[in-house]
Design a protein around this ligand. Structure first.
Ligand code: PGA
Length: 228
């Protein structure tokens, strides 16, 4: 099946020193297939240098943050407000299970984050597992990207069986029918096409397999082979 412009999001989490960032872009930057939409979500310290690099070299890559403040500009030590990130980032992950579990992020926090991103014209990439699908009700629209990630599949090497992903995506689409839906959880260059072949799935979220540039380039080339 052919799909239009698969969206691939590389979530580096707390990885990649700056020399690794430079090496990675040396391999990936000039070679991103034109029929792929690629977003890189680096540690926040690299957002601006990566934005500058992409602009300077005209790479076909968008920049995403891994989180954003639930507050606006003001006395919030350690926080990155959307009002300041605007112009540097194109999109932003919110609600990753690691943030929900390790940093106590709640659905109320996520709604605040969503609103700050929307107000600043930054595309929200809303992460959830099946028990959180209802959270989409107040926010689902055509600008939203939904990343379905079953917790047990994340970083485990055990990607969820395709049929289970299909069922979850169908449920998400019932609420967020205009939003693009991605799958994440141990996606790599060998299993990617199984997921991209699902009718309602418009891309993938890649953690571990996005860190190594040659492995990730293979993955992008596979995604490209499905696209128009
Ligand atoms: P993984 O991570 O590809 O290493 O499973 C995905 C994610 O949690 O973003």
């Amino acid at each position: 099946m052919e799909i239009n412009k698969p969206l691939i999001i590389a979530n580096w989490k707390s990885n990649q020193a700056f020399d690794q960032v430079v090496d990675w872009f040396g391999v990936i930057g000039p070679n991103v297939p034109g029929n792929i939409e690629l977003v890189v979500c680096p540690p926040s310290i690299w957002l601006k240098p990566i934005r500058d690099l992409i602009n300077q070299k005209s790479f076909n890559v968008k920049v995403g943050a891994q989180d954003i403040s639930k507050f606006s500009i003001g006395p919030y030590t350690g926080e990155l407000p959307a009002d300041l990130a605007r112009g540097v980032i194109d999109c932003c992950i919110i609600g990753h299970s690691e943030r929900r579990q390790l940093f106590g992020e709640t659905s109320a926090d996520l709604l605040d984050k969503f609103n700050h991103l929307s107000r600043n014209g930054i595309t929200p990439i809303y992460f959830l597992d099946t028990s959180q699908i209802e959270e989409l009700k107040p926010i689902a629209n055509s600008d939203l990207v939904v990343a379905y990630e079953p917790i047990e599949a994340i970083g485990s090497g055990n990607a969820q069986p395709v049929e289970e992903v299909r069922i979850a995506v169908e449920k998400i689409k019932q609420i967020a029918h205009e939003s693009r839906v991605l799958y994440g959880g141990s996606v790599d260059e060998n299993n990617l096409l199984n997921y991209l072949s699902l009718e309602d799935l418009e891309g993938a979220l890649v953690g571990t397999a996005s860190l190594d540039s040659s492995q990730f380039l293979t993955l992008l080339e596979k995604a490209s082979s499905l696209s128009k």
